[in-house]
Design a protein. Sequence first.
Length: 667
Amino acid sequence: MGALFFIHCEFSRLTYCPFGIGASELGANGVEITSKFITFVSDICRHIIMLYLQVENLTKSVGERMLFADVTFGVNEGDKIGVIAKNGMGKTTLLRTIAGKEAQDSGKVIYRADLRVAILDQIPEFAGDPTVLEACLSADTETGRLVREYEQALLDGNDARTAELIPQMDAANAWDYEDRARQMLSQLSIADFNSHVSTLSGGQRKRIALCRILIDNPDFLILDEPTNHLDVTTIEWLENYLSRQRMTLLMVTHDRYFLDRICSKIIEIDREQIFTYDGNYDYYLRRRQERIEAMTAELARVKNTLRKEQEWMRRQPQARAGKAKYRIDAFYDLKERSQIKLTEKNVDLNVRSSYIGSKIFEAEGICKRFGDKVILDDFTYTFARYEKLGIIGENGVGKSTFIKMLQGYVPADSGNWNLGETVRFGYYSQDGISFDQNKKVIDAITDVAEEVVVNGGVRYSPMQFLQHFLFTPADQQKYIHTLSGGERARLHLAEVLMRSPNFLILDEPTNDLDIVTLGILEEYLRNFEGCLIVISHDRFFLDSTVDHLFVFQGNGVIKDFPGTYTEYREYLQRQQAEVRAVETTNKPSAPRPNANRQAKMSFKERREFETLTAEIAALEEEKRQLEEGFTLGTIDDFAAANRRYDEVRDLLDEKELRWLELSEKEN
């Protein structure tokens, strides 16, 4: 790790030079930067901007396919970086390589020494079958290991080892480790700490994994799809938590609101390279379009120049040996640059719905419960033609059960569903594709239909239809169990749309689709001439596709809100503000203290005041000595001195604030 400094100074008169550089060390044509000065400036810059991670010339391929080549970038303290790319371009592989879970083909990944790093995998794993609390406390972190070692020493009755660990527990602030875990689990809506992880849903397991990495307050978080399987409430809690914390982030997520509100930098993987944008997701979209337009203009210029150079190369080929070699080399360089293809292959959802009549479905007095848990309680509703409905609510309130009941997969306890005769469902399940995992992609689709007929008579073979969903002929020969999450999502989408449904039911369609494909799907759904029900925790997706919401509030209560998700959140905020205003109005006013009366110091506070005065003087002297050491370059262990300087500065701030509070009291 190094820094490059270019410093140009002009002095008409030199009377004093800081940093301990004498006049004899200065050259006549400016300033001769001495090694002492370079060391000082480098140390100060490291103090101001701490480099946490340096990735140098990282290259990774899978089989014959190159994912990224010679990737170089750094992560500084406080950076919050989102990684964006289409499915299959290497987002997760990049994170896993940086985290040390996969080996790179070449290049280096260098972390700052003593950096506390925590990693959230896309699908969390737990060794054995621990309880919720055991899973949280089993984190492979410095604090987690220390707590487990201390508890083991207590169990073993090893008093000597226990005594050794007590100062370490003090230094790590580890005494309330379990209390912090319980508190965060409660914030994440996990109430039963003794449940075994194997009995929990994917969303609950994700929340436990989040708690496990967050309770240790790591310096650097690496997150792979942190919002997948989380309900909206938890996503917003996590969004607020990460926005408030000073920890550094590197994450992959398709949640565009999450990216926009948290990230200050975007890294895009495109054509085996990375492009960095210093801004949030909205800024990235604007700058990316500018980059593509600039590349398009540059490609047009290259091709125009290439045509001229081709004419020159064809002239008198027998005399080519006499042509300027640099111009020949430039020709071949232009030819290579002209081969770049800027057009992107995207999913083609050009599938229209079949005709749908005026009667869709009517629900009359539907009731459903599982034991004491009420899903629906006398639910009655008439669904209109072309209606587009979003369903939201916390995990476990019955959203998926509702749509399965509508389709007849789950029976109602009482009540009736009356479906229109023309309704043709297309169901995208969050459980994923139901194909035989040992079949090839093409065979699975051919088993569904030998011919795909869409848009009122347009006919495709299964091979042709799959190419609209980015499955090349080679990809179609893959076995289903080898497909990535994004490929499975696209195959599932193809299987749903190949039947030309007029009533789409999408249960968590955003979990494995990349941002580009999500945008195409949103556009398709906005223009879809049929009915739509979407269950999603992706707030941007809901805002883009639905007209109103069913808010599942639990215990069979469903609120019908006429608007988008963002409008619903604004409605809740207005309600909360009104409640607070009423509480403030009705709250009895506290008696006003006598403004002229000033509390006097107690005996204890007087002793504290005297101690603070001496401590502040000692800290100021230590700070002065450290600064002098930095200036003169007499410090041997700069890193240790730098850490101590931070500690002294923080202690001074804290003690001076308390000194001022006490000094305002009468003696």
